[in-house]
Design a protein around this ligand. Structure first.
Ligand SMILES: Cc1cc2nc3c(=O)[nH]c(=O)nc-3n(C[C@H](O)[C@H](O)[C@H](O)COP(=O)(O)O)c2cc1C
Length: 366
């Protein structure tokens, strides 16, 4: 049996052993943006999950661009050194390639960690001022951001470039820009959150102007062989918001800026929007993006089962699949999927006796 999911893929100059990607997942556990032993354990575990590529959580370009006090950043030398240590060790111990998501939280910044309530930080919790496309809170009880000025936009764009350069020095194999989930760039793109009347608001072209300028500036410093992509919004799931038609147009615009791939996610523009919860809810949108924009396309969202992932790839709807929660539940998801689909997957030599070929109850007692 030949598995499409376990067939190799090429993203710019990066060779991937299979089509499985671990989606970026905030751990809310960093120290002033610095990765620590938690990240060593978490990413080390995922390095041997069977996924060809593990994408490091949303990593923020400035201190006030973080979602929470525990979010990761690449805004200081200390941040860079700390993440370098973790990634170097994960590479020594694991089989996966490593990517990173570069982000700015915009009006969703200055928030509590999920286990502290996931609300806006209160007065005694060291909150900080936020800014966004328009001075509208994300939801009830959230900080009212100030409208981003030209100076903010320039500083943050430069910070995206600087953080990307730090990521390149660390040696990441893949870089992706966070343009989804209601954070700064999605906030500019969505008519639900962008009410500006200047060159950054109004028409689709104007709403795209700032995110595209970041994509352009970052592309200018990322060598061609390193894949650069973006996670975008497939739908705002709200009347008057971004639609799958917009997702196709966004993907085309990003492709024209030289991006190599798109990851289609959705939702998050406003606090009260509920994303669908059925299996593979973003797949039909991603399939349209792949077909109509003609760019390497990945998707995410309730992809849970090996056969489901196999079918998404085998049917040509997407080039890659990413999964988040099921890798937390089963950090060897990729190994188990390979067994189910009769495919080969890389394992570290220390764990090879758990592989299908070497697995024999008698040998297991040694
Ligand atoms: C703990 C956790 C942290 C997450 N952090 C991020 C993040 O840093 N960046 C991002 O784009 N999405 C983030 N997400 C969303 C996931 O990447 C993914 O899009 C979402 O969970 C749906 O995929 P799933 O059904 O496979 O979990 C996070 C999800 C979880 C569960």
């Amino acid at each position: 049996m030949t598995s499409a999911l376990f067939s190799p893929a090429k993203l710019a100059g990066l060779e991937l052993a299979n089509r499985i990607v671990v989606a970026p997942m905030c751990q809310y556990s960093a120290d002033d943006g610095c990765a620590n032993d938690w990240h060593m354990m978490h990413l080390g575990m995922l390095a041997n999950s069977g996924a060809a590529l593990v994408v490091v959580e949303a990593t923020h370009v400035e201190r006030h661009g973080r979602i929470t006090h525990g979010c990761m950043g690449l805004y200081s030398d200390d941040n860079e050194l700390a993440l370098q240590r973790v990634i170097a060790q994960c590479r020594r111990a694991g089989t996966a390639e490593f990517g990173i998501q570069i982000a700015h939280a915009g009006r969703k910044a200055s928030a509590q960690k999920p286990w502290d309530g996931a609300k806006a930080l209160g007065p005694g919790q060291d909150p900080w001022p936020t800014f966004a496309a328009s001075p509208l809170p994300w939801g009830e009880g959230w900080h009212v951001p100030r409208e981003a000025t030209e100076a903010d936009l320039e500083r943050v764009r430069n910070a995206f470039v600087a953080s990307t350069q730090r990521a390149l020095r660390i040696g990441f194999d893949e870089i992706e820009l966070h343009m989804a989930h209601g954070y700064l760039m999605h906030g500019f793109m969505s008519p639900l959150s962008n009410k500006r009347t200047d060159q950054y608001g109004g028409s689709f072209e104007n709403r795209m102007r700032y995110p595209l300028s970041i994509a352009r500036a970052v592309r200018a410093v990322v060598p061609k062989h390193i894949p650069l992509g973006a996670r975008i919004t497939g739908s705002d799931w709200r009347d008057g918001g971004l639609t799958p038609d917009d997702a196709v147009a966004i993907a085309k615009a990003l492709k024209a800026e030289g991006l190599d791939f798109i990851c289609v996610s959705s939702g998050g523009a406003l606090a009260d929007i509920r994303t669908p919860s059925e299996p593979g809810y973003n797949v039909p949108i991603a399939a349209r993006v792949k077909k109509e924009a003609g760019i390497v396309t990945r998707t995410v969202g309730m992809i849970l089962k090996a056969q489901q992932a196999e079918d998404i790839i085998a049917s040509g709807q997407c080039d890659l699949v990413s999964m988040a929660r099921c890798f937390l539940d089963d950090p060897h998801w990729g190994w188990h999927a390979a067994k189910a689909l009769g495919a080969e997957v890389a394992r570290p030599p220390q764990y090879q006796r758990a592989g299908p070929k070497l697995w024999a109850p008698a040998a297991a007692t040694a």
